[in-house]
Write a protein that binds this ligand. Structure first.
Ligand SMILES: [Fe+2]
Length: 354
């Protein structure tokens, strides 16, 4: 289908002439005023507008101003039609946003070649735009895929590390589930609404599996010790929080967005802090501890108690574990988070098959 050219001129002889010159190669629509042109544009989108400058009511300059300030029309190329071939008018035409101008009376060869060249340029331009759009889409898709693969690798690595201390590898998956449940419920009940944006929620859930990744640097003799750790061993064990943060910064610091890196680092570094300030590694208290780490602390301890480890037998049922968490309210844990988690007891029982 050939391209559509809208010719706007108050002189019907000019409209007919343009129709005669261009009609053999293009579909030509005619409007005898600016108002008629905008009426036409309500339902049609021409590929090019030929616009007379001197028209009563709305001049060509007024019409182009209106076209260029409306995003529906601003990309349609405009060629001015004018009998005035002065440098001033020519300059004014280009300043107004016209792509070219053609002198009147029309010289058929000039009119047709200007129109043809403008349409060719337009086709080339929109082809380039499409190409850029498509390539941007492909790049985004690839970046997302890489991101997903990276997450799988990281979660897989986290699982591997967890399995070293005798847990069944369920810890990573479980704690992520509990964190997600807590965050969703906090959001539902309207807690911490300023912090819990959609992005923050997504970041916490994605980050949870990485909280103990620093355990890779803790020797087996400590990690797999069946009995109680000596003071020295415990000091070494405590370092896993800082190791986690270092590893995270090293492996995702440059490739992930800043907000996510912040959340995942906070979870890793602060998930053993205590509400009363006696935790590690920094001894932060109450709301000094980032919310994501306070949530992780509850999810982490719940799972550690509920599941069997090489150094301990499981605490069952869910209610008993929640009672222990309840005792840590205000000393070890953020009381709001414990209350919200305790409110999910039935859901937990269902998930854990009790
Ligand atoms: Fe930990």
């Amino acid at each position: 289908m050939s391209e559509v050219i809208l010719v706007v001129d108050d002189d019907s002889a000019n409209l007919m002439l343009a129709q005669k010159i261009l009609g053999g190669s293009y579909r030509v629509a005619a409007a005898n005023s600016g108002a008629a042109a905008f009426k036409y544009l309500e339902k049609n989108r021409p590929d090019l507008i030929l616009l007379d400058i001197n028209m009563p009511q709305m001049s060509g300059f007024e019409a182009i101003q209106k076209l260029k300030s409306d995003e529906n029309y601003s990309s349609i190329p405009v060629i001015f039609l004018t009998a005035d071939k002065s440098v001033e008018t020519e300059t004014k035409c280009f300043q107004a946003g016209a792509i070219d101008f053609v002198g009147k009376p029309f010289v058929p060869d000039i009119l047709i070649s200007r129109v043809r060249r403008t349409l060719e340029l337009e086709r080339y331009h929109s082809g380039l735009e499409e190409l850029v759009k498509e390539q941007t889409r492909q790049l985004k898709e690839r970046a997302q895929r890489i991101n997903e693969i990276q997450n799988h690798v990281i979660v897989g690595m986290a699982n591997l590390i967890e399995s070293r201390d005798g847990s069944t590898g369920k810890h990573v998956k479980n704690t992520q589930l509990y964190v997600t449940m807590i965050v969703d419920e906090l959001k539902n009940l309207g807690y911490f609404s300023k912090i819990l944006t959609e992005e923050y929620i997504q970041n916490i859930c994605k980050a949870a599996p990485l909280h103990d990744i620093g355990k890779i640097k803790i020797p087996d003799s400590i990690l797999q010790k069946p009995g109680r750790l000596t003071e020295e061993e415990f000091q070494e064990m405590k370092k896993h929080t800082e190791y986690s943060m270092e590893i995270i910064r090293n492996i995702i610091g440059d490739v992930e967005d800043e907000e996510y890196v912040k959340v995942v680092s906070d979870i890793a570094l602060y998930h053993h802090e205590r509400w009363d300030g006696t935790g590690y590694p920094k001894g932060l208290a109450a709301e000094q501890i980032p919310l994501c780490a306070r949530i992780m602390a509850v999810a982490d301890v719940f799972d550690a108690l509920y599941e069997e480890r090489c150094y301990k037998s499981p605490v069952r049922p869910v209610g008993k574990v929640l009672e222990i968490l309840e005792k840590g309210k205000g000393s070890q844990f953020d009381p709001v988070i414990v209350d919200v988690f305790a409110g999910l007891e039935q859901k937990l029982r269902d998930i854990l098959g009790e």
